[in-house]
Design a protein around this ligand. Structure first.
Ligand SMILES: [Zn+2]
Length: 355
């Protein structure tokens, strides 16, 4: 079963792209007894190595990104309200009246919302029209409490609903970070694991490129969360959610990316992962939705090319204050990655062997 406290701490940590220090600190203390060669590079990636048993000469990079989407303070109105913009992909329509935390110290704020009595025809959900109220009434007070450039996160507490449903912010990709920590605590593995906790994924897959260049792996696995397409559309038959679609569903296990906006998984590696799932009786599903991208988009074109795979956990409501992830999906994803690490060989990675 997953270490709930680990995911809780990671989920609640402040780590909007470019300000990932609090997440890095949690990761560092969680892994330091289990790895060697810990390194923090110029952009802020945390990399480390878990040496294999020596049985196989293969260096497997496993990456998860530490950053989360959020916001940044852009300016201050004369009445003390904060102007802000998004960092990474956020849907403006979910923002009004949300609680937020401003800066790493977590100053509480609320995003403005005109009460329903008054807002009949304003275009209130456009981000440029919204403001954050931190409880001060002058520009100078706002400027001294929340400097321009400071990041802002959703104000969300982690919660466990029943015994299988976890909710919290930033599961994208703190759930991947938690999974990678679990892998490093486990083992031994027949291959070397090159762990990369990356930064700045949400604004363009930036950290992963540098991590891959440093680590020089033979093959890479990116651990992610991905949008579960199992909600009914506004005017669709509710049973629609049970019909096959190009996305994925909660409860059906780890999601293997066939292709997205940032990369195509080499067919022989996709087949390998499916085979691992079948051989070890671990549920898994395919994602053929063409949108979205992951760190694998950067990694697979790094160096002279690094064969890359993406294994994701299906989650609802990502890039929002309360993502939802099931423990069985988390657990099955961990099992699939562990099994893949036991089964992978240099021959499997080699494209020549596939022909
Ligand atoms: Zn992500």
């Amino acid at each position: 079963m997953p270490d709930i406290d680990l995911l809780k701490n990671l989920s609640e940590a402040f780590g909007v792209s470019g300000q990932e220090a609090a997440v890095r600190k949690i990761v560092l203390s969680a892994i330091k007894e289990h790895v060697t060669d810990i390194h923090i590079d110029s952009i802020g990636n945390l990399t480390a190595i878990k040496k294999g048993t020596g049985e196989r000469n293969l260096r497997v990079m496993i990456a998860a990104h530490m950053d989360e989407i959020g916001f940044m303070v852009m300016g201050h109105d004369s009445n003390g309200l904060l102007k802000f913009s998004n960092v990474g992909g956020v849907d403006d329509r979910i923002l009004p009246a949300l609680r937020v935390r401003v800066g790493p110290e977590g100053m509480p704020g609320v995003i403005l919302w005109t009460p329903i009595h008054k807002n009949h025809d304003q275009d209130v959900t456009k981000l440029s029209n919204l403001r954050i109220d931190i409880g001060v009434t002058s520009k100078s007070a706002a400027e001294s409490k929340a400097k321009r450039g400071i990041r802002i996160t959703f104000d969300s507490e982690f919660s466990l609903v029943g015994d299988n449903v976890m909710r919290g912010k930033a599961f994208d990709d703190r759930a991947g970070c938690a999974l990678l920590i679990e892998l490093l605590r486990g083992g031994p593995y027949p291959v070397d694991i090159l762990a990369a906790f990356t930064v700045q994924e949400e604004i363009g897959l930036r950290g992963a490129r540098i991590a891959a260049q440093r680590l020089q792996p033979d093959v890479a696995i990116v651990l992610e969360t991905t949008t579960a397409h199992d909600l009914p559309l506004a005017d669709a038959d509710p049973d629609e959610i049970n019909t096959p679609n190009p996305g994925c569903k909660q409860g059906l296990g780890p999601v293997l990316t066939v292709m997205d906006r940032s990369m195509i998984t080499p067919p022989h590696l996709l087949n390998f992962l499916r085979q691992v799932g079948e051989n070890h009786e671990i549920p898994h599903q395919l994602k053929t939705a063409l949108g979205g991208g992951t760190d694998a988009g950067s990694v697979h074109v790094s160096n002279a090319g690094i064969p890359s795979m993406v294994i994701s956990m299906p989650a609802r409501y990502i890039h929002a204050p309360r993502a939802q992830l099931r423990r069985d999906d988390y657990d099955n994803t961990l099992r699939l990655v562990q099994a893949a690490l036991m089964d992978i060989t240099p021959q499997i990675v080699s494209r020549e062997a596939a022909h």
